[in-house]
Ligand binder design. Structure first.
Ligand code: NAD
Length: 298
């Protein structure tokens, strides 16, 4: 069988970001202000610092105003909630993102619950999770929405396809399963207690792996021709030729690519989509706040 097609998440995300930049320019023309995203980082977690920096750069490139709030690790929950309240009221701020994980002692659910659901561009608030669950319009978490865009671009109509989502987290696995169900796929959610995981995955026309275990999904788990979306981002221990450690997904890429019909690489697959969808959600929020129709085709 021929080698699987590589799903170019980076290229797709770049094109989406270019469209967003165009719409952001039109938004400025219509309203006299830029769409705005506030990003809150508490503490010095190195990975979070990298993500927050990347989000600010992406905003800048797309013509979206970025308001960064970097708070010390000792920040109390009350102080953080005061900031969130202030951002909820700020008319320049369309989206609020509090970078997770928060330092120990801060209740992530309480902080998410304090964000105005109309500014919850991460889609983590229970109101937005509920809206997704009952099929109402709302903000959908960026990573699964990005995966869905790649799947629809690759496969078109997903009706009747068997999909297996590995992982049941609130930010990836559960909303992913919901989106696939809404797209008329037949969905199985697999997780750490699933029996015979390789056999479950072998049934799937679509596999979405969101586990956080390097190269756990092997090539012989994949149904020939299946579409494989690898959400995992895992850094392997350093070696002589890779002193920073190689990044790998949850899928053993080379093995799986020999069997699958199409597969996302890591890096360059799902990762770039997450930030592009964050910008998209911010642009949609800005239009809603300005009383404008959201642009088509996002
Ligand atoms: P999580 O730790 O919250 O959830 C992991 C899920 O995997 C759990 O539901 C658990 O039941 C399941 N699981 C654990 N061990 C398993 C096993 N042996 N077999 C089957 N299922 C098992 O993780 P998350 O936040 O959903 O993230 C998952 C992965 O995706 C991580 O590698 C994370 O870094 C990555 N991620 C990437 C992006 C991106 O932008 N590409 C965004 C979010 C998360």
């Amino acid at each position: 069988m021929a080698e699987a097609a590589r799903i170019d998440g980076k290229g797709f995300a770049d094109a989406l970001r270019a469209r967003i930049a165009g719409h952001a320019g039109e938004f400025v023309q219509a309203t006299g202000r830029k769409p705005g995203l506030a990003v809150v980082l508490v503490g010095e977690d190195p990975a979070s610092q990298v993500y927050v920096g990347a989000k600010a750069r992406a905003c800048h490139e797309a013509g979206i105003a970025s308001f960064e709030h970097r708070l010390p690790a000792e920040t109390s929950e009350a102080e953080l909630l005061v900031l969130v309240e202030r951002l909820n009221r700020d008319p320049e701020v369309d989206g609020i993102l509090v970078q997770m994980p928060l330092p120990n002692g801060l209740d992530e659910q309480a902080v998410i619950a304090a964000i105005d659901p109309g500014k919850d561009v991460d889609g983590f608030h229970v109101i937005n999770a509920g809206r997704l669950s009952v099929g109402q319009e709302g903000f959908v978490p960026c990573t699964p929405l990005g995966c869905m865009m790649l799947l629809k671009d690759r496969l078109g109509d997903l009706s009747g396809l068997d999909a297996v989502v590995i992982g049941r987290s609130n930010i990836v696995g559960k909303p992913m399963a919901q989106l696939l169900t809404d797209a008329n796929a037949t969905v199985t959610i697999a997780h750490s207690r699933t029996k015979n995981l390789p056999d479950v995955v072998r049934r799937a026309d679509i596999v979405v792996a969101a586990v956080g275990r390097p190269e756990m999904v092997r090539g012989d788990w994949i149904k020939p021709g299946a579409t494989v979306i690898d959400v995992g981002i895992n850094r392997l221990p350093p070696t002589d030729d890779k002193p920073k450690g190689r990044l790998v997904g949850d899928v053993a890429f080379t093995e799986a690519a020999a069997v699958a019909g199409a597969i996302t690489p890591v890096p360059g697959g799902v990762g770039p989509m997450t930030i592009a969808v964050l910008l998209r959600n911010t642009l949609v929020a800005a239009h809603a706040h300005a009383g404008l129709e959201a642009p088509e085709g996002l």
